[in-house]
Structures are given as C-alpha cells and as structure tokens.
Design a protein around this ligand. Structure first.
Ligand code: APR
Ligand code: ZN
Length: 367
C-alpha cells in the first residue's frame, strides 16, 4: 500500500514527508494504522546521524500507538480493531538474553534494530523506485501505517486515548523501568532526576508513585521544572542559573540514594555520579552519540558507589506496557501533562527542532 511517512534520506537534512510503499504483514507480523507518535530525543540522534553510519534511508519514529488493521499468519494476541502500543524491542523469547529474562537485551531484536529490518531480516518499506527503506527502531511510526513484529504490537486498554498511549512505548517504558526495574526506588528514598524532558518527566512520576522523598528535579528549562513539580518533584534546580551539584547535595542532606541521568551528555552523567551519597547508585538512561566517553573520579569507588545503564526500562515491554497503561487509565499516571505540543506528520521537523533547542517536553504527532 501507499502511505505518507517521514523519511530520513540523509543525516543533517530535514525529514521528508512523502509517499512510500508499505508491503503487507508476513507471518508473525502486524499491520497497524498509526494514530499518534511521540517525538523523542533519540529521533534527533538518528536524524543527526549520531548513532552511527548507515542508518538511512529510514522511516523514523519509535514511540507510538494505533489500531490493528491486519495480522499475518500465526498472530493470535491481537486482531483487527484492537488498540496497540509499539515496543521497539520485539523480544524473540528464545535467545539466551530472553531465556534469562532480559527481554530488553534480546539479541535478534538488537541486531535487526541496528539493521533497520523486522525480525526476519527484511524490510516492508521502500520508495516507488524500489529503494529499500529501514524501519526506524523496528517501529517506523512517523507514518500513516506500519508493519511490526508481533511482539512489537502490545495490546492496550480501549479507554486510553491513543495520543496519550503513544508515550508508553518509549518515554514511559524507559522512565518507569529505570525507576522500578533498575533503581528499585522505595518509599522515602531520595532521588535526583537530571534532565526533565519527555523521558525524565516519566522518571519523576515513577519516583513519586514509588513514594520517594525528596525528589529533586534538575533541568535548564524552568517550564519543564514546573511540569516536574506537578508530577511530584519536591525540589527543582534550574541548571542554567544555579550550581546543580551544590544545590542537590544541600537539598538531600549530602547526597541522594538514586540519581537518574536522562539527558545523554558526559557532564550530566558525571553529575549523576557526583550527587550520590556513599553506597548509592546512578542510573544512566540518556543516550549519548556514538564515540562519546565519560570520566569519573576513580577515588570515589572507595565509597561503594555504583553506576549502571538502563536500556528501554530494562524490563519486558510486552508485560510492562499494559501495566503502565492501566496506571494511566486509573488516573495514577497523567500522560497528558507531558504533551506540550500536538501537530500532524508535517510538523515533525519543527518537533525535532524544538528538541534540539530544548523547548517543550513532548510533541505528539496525530496522524
Ligand atoms: N543539565 C540539565 N538538564 C539538561 C542539560 C544540562 N546540562 N542539558 C539538557 N538538559 C535537559 C533539556 O532541557 C531537556 O529538558 O535535558 C532534557 C532532555 O530532554 P529531551 O530533549 O526532551 O529528551 P528525551 O526525549 O527526554 O530523551 C532524553 O533519553 O532516550 C534518551 O536519546 C534520549 O538521550 C536522550 C534522553
Ligand atoms: Zn525514545
């Protein structure tokens, strides 16, 4: 079928919203009419070519939701008409990582994701002249329709508006997973969240729901700190005016139990390390461009501190997404307050520009 999609032809250029060809779903795949897609900073990295060579031409977009239109042979967990959210790690359930319960580290999903294909190693997307297009993070949801692997289409409750449900597939999954699966934040724990964009604001909400106190939100943009307060931050630090390290130490009585880095820069990764109390752990959620290194004062290892990464919430998207959706349906998790801009597919380049400028939390494209 012919669909409109936002195509990255070459990094550094604006995405081109144009007609492309989408083949039907093969066995084990699902055709979805995309209803809404969030624009995430990882899309900026891809658009800028910061995640490595060869990731183009590609249809971008990895945080979205829609309605199933058709299913390939063997797909039984969803049917046409069902609302679904996308998971960009459609875990195979059979590789060593999956068998060990590390579904976010599924090896075939990682390989195919890096190649821009679905799990069978091929693409359903091409230009009219036959040029093969990569599926951005196996999701390619800056498009009217997409084909995803069965485990990449996760059923969602009908009550949740799809423009809100879209956020589950990256920001919510990533942010909540970092807090619950990695930090294992508990009641009364002190938390510092560095970077309160579309993902960091989900970290703040997850920490608040876990009963953390204080929750110190750090950002350079006062507008985002305001949203962080509404989501449960007890203290805010404007890094454009204040010295964040001093302020966080002061507000936490010497250092926090958990720090979450949700920016993707070496200086904020180091900050996450430095705001810790002894024996506490920093979780790096932010994605830095390929080749970036981070340095830490080695003497600090004497204080039992730890630092670790978290990719896609370090959980099982197929199981976690519906649970997180229930949190939103129950009213415990407000998704709407993170959405600062709503636009159509043609607004995608403006949305990427806003992320580059650090303006606004999430833009949702409504298709
Ligand atoms: N100190 C504090 N905050 C900062 C700093 C800094 N030095 N630099 C940038 N920020 C803030 C920005 O103001 C913005 O609010 O970090 C936030 C980043 O948020 P977004 O640009 O909205 O990015 P988001 O989509 O949330 O992704 C964050 O996680 O998944 C990864 O690739 C993604 O690395 C990115 C990170
Ligand atoms: Zn993302």
């Amino acid at each position: 079928m012919r669909i409109r999609a936002a195509v990255l032809h070459r990094p550094g250029q604006p995405l081109s919203v144009e007609e492309v060809e989408l083949d039907g779903p093969k066995a084990g795949e699902v055709l979805v009419r995309v209803a809404a897609a969030g624009v995430c900073h990882s899309d900026v990295h891809l658009a800028d070519g910061a995640l490595g060579e060869g990731r183009w031409p590609m249809v971008l977009g990895h945080e979205g939701a829609g309605i199933v239109e058709a299913v390939g042979d063997g797909v039984t967990h969803v049917a046409p008409g069902d609302p679904v959210g996308f998971s960009f790690v459609p875990s195979c359930r059979a590789c060593p990582a999956c068998l060990a319960g590390r579904f976010n580290m599924c090896a075939p999903a990682g390989e195919n994701g890096a190649r821009g294909t679905l799990m069978d190693g091929t693409s359903r997307l091409h230009l009219a002249d036959g040029t093969v297009l990569q599926h951005g993070l196996m999701t390619a949801c800056f498009a009217e329709h997409t084909v995803v692997d069965a485990h990449g289409a996760v059923p969602l409750p009908r009550e949740l508006p799809l423009w809100q449900a879209a956020l589950l597939g990256c920001g919510v999954m990533t942010g909540f997973g970092a807090v619950r699966n990695v930090g294992r934040v508990g009641p009364g724990d002190s938390v510092c969240v560095i970077g309160c964009g579309g993902v960091g604001l989900q970290v703040v909400a997850a920490a608040a729901l876990a009963g953390a106190d204080p929750i110190i939100a750090v950002d350079r943009d006062p507008a985002k700190l305001e949203i962080a307060r509404r989501r449960g931050a007890t203290h805010t630090v404007d890094a454009s005016r204040e010295e964040p390290l001093e302020r966080v130490r002061e507000q936490s009585g010497g250092g926090v139990d958990h720090a979450f880095e949700v920016v993707g820069r070496p200086e904020t990764m180091r900050m996450a390390w430095e705001v810790l109390r002894p024996a506490a752990t920093a979780v790096v959620v932010g994605l830095a461009p390929a080749g970036v290194e981070v340095s830490l004062p080695a003497i600090d290892f004497l204080s039992d501190k730890g630092i670790r990464g978290s990719y896609y919430g370090s959980g099982d998207p197929a199981a976690d997404l519906p649970q997180l959706a229930q949190l939103a349906v129950s009213g415990a998790l407000d998704l709407a307050e993170v959405v600062t801009h709503v636009t159509g597919l043609d607004g995608v380049n403006d949305a990427l520009e806003r992320l580059r400028r650090g303006e606004g939390a999430r833009t949702v494209l409504v298709l």
